[in-house]
Design a protein around this ligand. Structure first.
Ligand code: CP
Length: 292
């Protein structure tokens, strides 16, 4: 079975095809006689619903579970949990988890696993949403960095999958954040020191939420300082070029990464991203079923 846990084993042609399909897919109602389990162990609005809608459009029957209501609470190991799914005919596991044991899932051969947000490691369908949006807005080119991630980059799986996809396509990504929120792996990054530098060198920005739930005990954020240095305000936005695009994977924390007066600006493109949410999950289902 194929997995979509991240992009590490997918070649450039196929990645370009997945993005093109996310941008242009037309779905006719199908009945695939396939069952998928949507297992969300962390909260989600967009990813869970768009996987459910995508499955409905493809005729895939879905079931829901989570650690809170599963026998994991009684000490069950992952192997036995997955063997149970397979025995019942579940072909696809769509998983959102706070854990970082992504490699454990690569080993399963009788079930396809799709990451719907995996620890701080991967969120490939969000990357398909984001990079497809950047292509649709003509932001992917050699002139400047296609996108600069601003905010809590260190704990962000949206950043990790976005950078992986863009790096595999041959592009660097930008980062603008506090030195304590930089990722450990700084390969293929452009690290900017000011908003002016970001605007001068980037076609687009993706704002990131502070991932409070992923801060370690020894990590603290000084929010007043963070807001002062990295919040996107109307004044900051007014300094950007007229065709600047501001992305956000959502949920948005207004008052932290963006101010109330900036959120309605025409440069804010989260609705363009939302329009790619269902196509990206359809593409994920089709990819693991070997149909793309
Ligand atoms: N972007 C994203 O993953 O949103 P949800 O947490 O609502 O699924």
């Amino acid at each position: 079975m194929r997995h979509l846990l991240d992009f590490q084993d997918i070649n450039k042609n196929r990645l370009e095809n997945l993005i093109e399909r996310t941008r242009s897919l037309e779905v006719k109602p199908e009945n695939l006689d396939c069952m998928a389990l949507l297992k969300f162990d962390e909260p989600s609005t967009r990813t869970r619903l768009s996987f459910a809608v995508a499955a409905e459009k493809l005729g895939i029957k879905t079931f829901e579970s989570s650690d809170v209501i599963s026998a994991k609470q009684k000490g069950e190991i992952l192997k036995h949990e997955v063997e149970t799914y397979v025995s019942m005919g579940i072909e696809i596991l769509v998983l959102r988890t706070k854990e970082n044991n992504i490699d454990d899932y690569r080993e399963f051969e009788d079930i396809a696993v799709i990451s719907a947000g995996f620890g701080n490691k991967s969120h490939p369908t969000q990357a398909l949403v984001d990079i497809s949006t950047l292509y649709s807005l003509n932001k992917i080119n050699e002139k400047r960095t296609p996108v600069t991630y601003v905010g809590d980059v260190k704990h962000s799986r949206v950043f990790e999958s976005g950078r992986q996809l863009l790096n595999l396509l041959g592009f660097k990504v930008g980062v603008f954040t506090d030195k304590n929120l930089l990722p450990d792996n700084k390969n293929n990054l452009e690290i900017y020191e000011s908003w002016d530098e970001v605007f001068e060198n980037s076609n687009a920005i993706e704002l990131l939420r502070v991932q409070k739930e992923r801060l370690q005990d020894n990590e603290e954020i000084n929010f007043a300082e963070y807001i002062n240095n990295y919040q996107l305000t109307k004044d900051v936005l007014n300094k950007s070029q007229s065709d600047m695009a501001i992305l956000h994977p959502m949920p948005i924390n207004i008052g932290i990464e963006i101010s109330e007066d900036a959120i309605e600006d025409s440069k804010i493109k989260y609705k363009d991203q939302l329009s790619h949410a269902i196509p990206s999950r359809i593409v994920a289902f089709k990819y693991v079923r070997d149909e793309i």
